[in-house]
Design a protein around this ligand. Structure first.
Ligand SMILES: NC(=O)c1ccc[n+]([C@@H]2O[C@H](COP(=O)([O-])OP(=O)(O)OC[C@H]3O[C@@H](n4cnc5c(N)ncnc54)[C@H](O)[C@@H]3O)[C@@H](O)[C@H]2O)c1
Length: 319
């Protein structure tokens, strides 16, 4: 039987892109209560339209770093498991570097404090491949050094280290999951701080020229959101994942030029692409090593990039 069944689960960042898919999956798998805490910095209630139909779902527009509110919500809903996904998107690093860094650390501080005093049991923390910085070894496994390129990434790395230190020092029940680049339905395309796929889709739908920063030969490892959500759930279901750091990726590398080609083909666009100066904080190469996820979680990504991109762009054009 699924361990999540009947459990009371809290998701920080639950109105966001990945968080809202996780909320839906938790409800579908029979969680007793799913509590989403999101301050709507970038998340949207539209993402939770399906979840709102369930009596087992509870939404709070709150700051997940707020100790007294989180303490209250944990007690009120007898929370057993927390999935920590709240963050402020990478590009926020350029306009408010302090905020981009601190949000990760402050939320982690609150969660670890509450966990240590017994407010909930298990923490599945969603980190990011950005904590590694640009690839120094290839493919990038979980022993890759931390060389974060942005304040956002430094905040993610700091939060990871804090969580792992509590696991080491106090035996905290913590798992750190490092997804690589996610894409899929609901990824923000028009609320600012957009990632490359939604940004390009939105520009083409508005009749604007796509933009590439740098030469476009920089690579990313794109993982479809459904695969990430499955990996996060497995991280809870599989006891051997406790205390581990585990990558979630496709294991494949794709350049931004190739991504752009795929999006342009979908929209039958054969016009020009605007090349802008490279952003210094953009990592150059990313490809995740997923052997640990395969071994510990039995994780294999199910959706290849062409299929995932088609599903994503279908969603953008229909929503
Ligand atoms: N999207 C990716 O490519 C990617 C890749 C690797 C890791 N991640 C990680 O996955 C997680 C989810 O990312 P996403 O892409 O869904 O981002 P997102 O911006 O869509 O979701 C994050 C959510 O956190 C909320 N939030 C921000 N500050 C908050 C606060 N103080 N309290 C409560 N809520 C707050 C935002 O409103 C938003 O809904 C993040 O931890 C991110 O670092 C994302």
């Amino acid at each position: 039987m699924s361990m999540i069944k009947e459990k009371s689960v809290l998701v920080t960042g639950g109105a966001g892109f990945i968080g809202s898919h996780l909320v839906d999956a938790l409800l579908a798998r029979g969680a007793g209560a799913v509590v989403a805490v999101d301050n709507l910095f970038l998340g949207s209630l539209d993402n939770l339209a399906a979840a709102q139909q369930s009596e087992r779902f509870h939404f709070y527009r709150e700051d997940a770093a707020d100790l007294s509110i989180m303490d209250h919500l944990m007690a009120r809903h007898r929370v057993e498991v927390v999935f920590n996904l709240a963050t402020k998107a990478l590009l926020y690093s350029f306009t408010n570097p302090e905020g981009a860094f601190m949000v990760n650390v402050e939320i982690m501080h609150t969660l670890l404090y509450l966990q240590r005093k017994g407010a909930f049991k298990t923490l599945i923390h969603c980190s990011s491949s950005e904590a590694y910085g640009t690839a120094q070894t290839f493919p990038m496994d979980e022993n890759h050094p931390y060389v974060p390129a942005t304040p956002y990434a430094a905040g993610k790395a700091a939060a990871d280290l804090m969580a792992l230190s509590y696991a080491h020092t106090f035996g905290a029940d913590v798992t750190v999951i490092r997804p690589f680049n996610n894409y899929g339905p609901r990824q923000n395309k028009d609320r600012g701080l957009e990632a490359v796929i939604p940004l390009t889709a939105a520009r083409l739908m508005r009749g604007e020229m796509p933009i590439i920063y740098g030469d476009g030969e920089q690579t990313r490892d794109f993982i479809y959101v459904e695969d990430t959500v499955n990996g996060l759930l497995l991280a809870y279901e599989i006891p051997a994942a406790r205390g581990q750091v585990i990558n979630l990726a496709s294991g494949k590398e794709i350049s931004i030029v190739e991504v752009m080609r795929g999006i342009c083909a979908y929209f039958n666009y054969d016009g020009q692409i605007e090349y802008r100066e490279a952003r210094p904080a953009d990592v150059r190469r990313h490809r995740g090593d997923i052997q640990r996820a395969q071994k510990i979680l039995g994780f294999t990504p199910q959706v290849n990039f062409d299929e995932g991109l088609r599903r994503t762009l279908d969603w953008y054009t229909k929503s």
